[in-house]
Design a protein around this ligand. Structure first.
Ligand SMILES: Nc1ncnc2c1ncn2[C@@H]1O[C@H](COP(=O)(O)OP(=O)(O)OP(=O)(O)O)[C@@H](O)[C@H]1O
Length: 331
């Protein structure tokens, strides 16, 4: 089947403005998500994953500013939308599933209130029909006794159940894209697997595209079709998921893989691997942002910023001077 692009992010740049300082947070990020694709974004805490997705929804926090780039959804430029248009787009076209499901709910309102109000706010239906839709979608995400659930309060549900409710509310609006930002991080191991299986089912049954953000390569491996590795506000490698695991090229990706495969090692040894990957922003005007931590650093890395170079497999590229040096191209 022909691939059809859904989301296109081009040269995205985000900065943090603090008094007289401007701190780069995300720099010249490019990616594309096709219809029905699950695109994984992986990287250590603080590398800019969340700011990248919040910018897609025009929800950057105070002080953060998108200063460059273009974002298109199904060919339509998302610049210059009115507040009402943004409100409609969020939910109707793009849904957001965040890390901590409890924080998405008002503790003194029932699940039914949340569900119905969201549907009514998006002008879909009357109250009775909204409750019917709620029952249908709560069942579709595998929650038993949906009628009882609608009368319950958030504190009466587990984190895994609340995450399912959020996904049900999102699906009821039939979005084109779900942005799932660390959707399983706050859950216990069993609930994590159930939520990942549910997201796979959502893509299968609804054809929804998913931008899946995680610091955990295992989560990405289980679900994503392709994956981008982010470090210090930049994408440093991107590949189809099997290819990335078979042949990680960037030293940072390799470090992430090693840290993961060292799960069985004593805690101290594991931490020493992880601390080597501690995040520093790409604040250096020249050179590679990862150079100071890179086990393969060469003198050139300190002065020359690496450009993208293609690997042998289609869709796989890396930003590192020490990989395929001769293939470096201007991007
Ligand atoms: N509200 C905010 N105000 C100021 N700086 C922020 C704010 N939110 C995030 N940052 C900073 O922006 C940078 C990118 O943060 P971001 O949340 O995108 O990282 P992340 O990769 O999603 O990490 P995590 O998984 O921990 O959320 C970090 O340096 C972070 O400290």
């Amino acid at each position: 089947m022909m691939k059809q692009s859904l989301l296109s992010v081009e040269s995205l740049e985000i900065v943090l403005r603090r008094k007289d300082k401007v701190v780069p947070v995300v720099g010249k990020v490019n990616f594309q998500i096709d219809k029905g694709e699950i695109f994984g974004l992986v990287g250590e805490s603080g590398c800019g994953k969340t700011m990248t997705c919040l910018s897609i929804l025009n929800l950057l926090p105070v002080g953060m500013q998108k200063v460059g780039g273009h974002i298109q959804l199904a060919g339509k430029n998302l610049e210059g939308l009115s507040t009402a248009e943004w409100r409609k787009l969020r939910g109707d076209r793009i849904a957001l599933v965040m890390q901590n499901p409890m924080s998405a709910f008002d503790a003194i309102r029932t699940i039914g209130d949340h569900f119905v109000e969201t549907l009514l706010a998006h002008g879909k239906t009357d109250k009775k029909a909204a409750r019917q839709t709620a029952v249908e979608y709560l069942s579709r995400v595998g929650l038993p006794d949906a009628n009882l659930l609608l009368r319950q309060y958030p504190f009466e549900l587990s984190g895994g159940m609340l995450q399912r409710v959020i996904i049900a509310i999102a699906l009821a609006q039939k979005p084109d894209l779900i942005i799932a930002d660390e959707p399983t991080t706050a859950l216990d191991a069993t609930s994590q697997i159930h939520i990942l299986d549910l997201l796979a089912k959502v893509r299968r049954e609804f054809g929804t595209s998913i931008l899946l953000i995680s610091h955990d390569l295992g989560v990405i491996a289980r679900l994503a079709d392709s994956v981008a590795v982010m470090y210090g506000g930049q994408f440093v490698e991107q590949a189809p998921v099997c290819e990335l695991f078979a042949q990680p090229l960037h030293p940072y990706t390799q470090l992430l893989m090693n840290a993961r495969s060292s799960i069985g090692l004593p805690r101290r040894k594991r931490l020493s691997l992880l601390s080597a990957a501690a995040i520093e922003m790409y604040s250096s005007a020249s050179g590679c942002g990862f150079a100071r931590l890179c086990p393969k650093v060469s003198p050139e890395c300190l002065v020359t910023a690496p450009k993208k170079s293609d690997a042998n497999v289609s869709g796989h590229w890396v930003r590192c001077l020490n990989v395929n040096n001769e293939q470096q191209e201007v991007v």
